[in-house]
Design a protein around this ligand. Structure first.
Ligand SMILES: NC(=O)c1ccc[n+]([C@@H]2O[C@H](COP(=O)([O-])OP(=O)(O)OC[C@H]3O[C@@H](n4cnc5c(N)ncnc54)[C@H](OP(=O)(O)O)[C@@H]3O)[C@@H](O)[C@H]2O)c1
Length: 313
């Protein structure tokens, strides 16, 4: 158990490029009522982390500087706040915390779950942002059913790689888009068809889809409408849904409405990982001191699965 009240944490003191990320020695956070303090083993590196760091979101998601990025976490419970009875010191947990690019981070008990036996910290770490988003988009928003046709735009990414697997597990016919280098990778996740968007016009190649999960945004969102059958739904993960455009085409659209309490979804995802039905895909792993390199890689917008910060063994 820890005796030193300080910790190493990655912070940015000003908005800017990846180089504004520095490792500071600071006090550990204290878990408030309803929270736990987690000794972080692995933290997911998500696009929202660098969007916050760069200041792209400062008008509607301002942060207090200096700021520790990071939402995805897997680790062990170090201490519990007042009133916490669902988790105990030493429990292996994963989910959404605050400032997880650090040796210790707090999390509300409503957004974490126990890591099932046999599941590693690395495999549990990407399940909140990628897994919970994919689950809510597919099942709570689009109500995907067995036998339906699903298109996952961006099937190789942190969200897309999980959406492809969940769609396959549900018994949908899964079509996914990826660059040439990721076609076989995405097929190995259970996609029935993979369209190389670098050589094929996806608008021409994919039709009569019940559900589109768009994890790319921009022009890809605009090109997704034609894939839908009448009454189908485009769930926009990256960007804002355009309901006027959907209505004009006789289809539906939605963003992703995350529930305040995500533990039930995390528990479902954990079971699927434990059973082997869901295999979290891990990209390169970096130590805390190389968070800037991790951000620069994530900012390319290309790659496979979720980049991780490996904080402890
Ligand atoms: N609304 C929400 O709650 C929510 C939650 C999570 C994420 N997001 C957002 O969703 C987006 C995706 O997140 P992520 O974590 O999955 O990102 P990521 O891990 O960086 O993955 C991005 C993926 O997009 C693929 N890609 C890039 N351009 C493409 C194109 N034109 N067509 C098809 N695939 C393309 C890349 O694959 P290739 O290498 O094969 O090109 C890459 O694997 C981000 O903007 C993120 O901020 C929103």
């Amino acid at each position: 158990m820890a005796t030193d009240p300080s910790m190493r944490a990655v912070r940015f003191h000003e908005y800017g490029p990846p180089s504004v990320l520095v490792v500071d020695e600071i006090d550990r956070p204290e878990p408030k009522a309803g929270e736990v303090l987690i000794r972080v083993h692995a933290a997911g590196v998500n696009p929202i982390d660098w969007k916050l760091r760069a200041g792209y979101l400062k008008d509607f998601m301002p942060v207090t500087l200096p700021y520790i990025p990071g939402l995805d976490v897997a680790g062990t419970v170090e201490s519990v706040g007042e009133g916490v009875s669902d988790f105990a010191v030493g429990d292996r947990v994963f989910g959404r915390g605050t400032g997880t690019y650090a040796e210790f981070a707090v999390a509300p008990v409503t957004t974490i779950a126990r890591i099932p036996d046999g599941v590693t910290f690395e495999h549990a770490a990407p399940l909140h942002v990628g897994g919970e988003t994919a689950w809510v988009a597919l099942f709570d928003t689009a109500h995907l059913e067995t036998g339906q046709r699903l298109l996952v735009q961006g099937g190789a990414g942190g969200v897309g790689a999980i959406a492809v697997q969940l769609g396959h597990w549900k018994g949908a016919y899964v079509i996914a888009t990826a660059s040439a280098a990721n076609v076989e990778f995405v097929r190995s996740l259970g996609a029935d068809e993979v369209v190389d968007y670098t050589s094929v016009n996806v608008e021409d190649a994919v039709h009569d889809v019940d559900v589109v999960i768009d994890t790319v945004g921009g022009a890809v969102t605009a090109q997704s409408w034609n894939a839908l059958k009448p009454g189908g739904i485009l769930v926009v993960v990256a960007g804002m849904p355009d309901t006027d455009a959907a209505t004009a085409r006789g289809v539906r659209t939605s963003g992703v409405m995350h529930p305040a309490e995500t533990r039930p979804v995390l528990e479902e995802l954990g079971k699927l990982v434990a059973s082997g039905d869901l295999k979290p895909q891990i990209g390169p792993e970096f130590p805390l001191g190389e968070a800037a390199q991790a951000h620069a890689l994530s900012e390319t917008g290309h790659g496979r699965g979720r980049i991780l910060l490996k904080v402890a063994d």
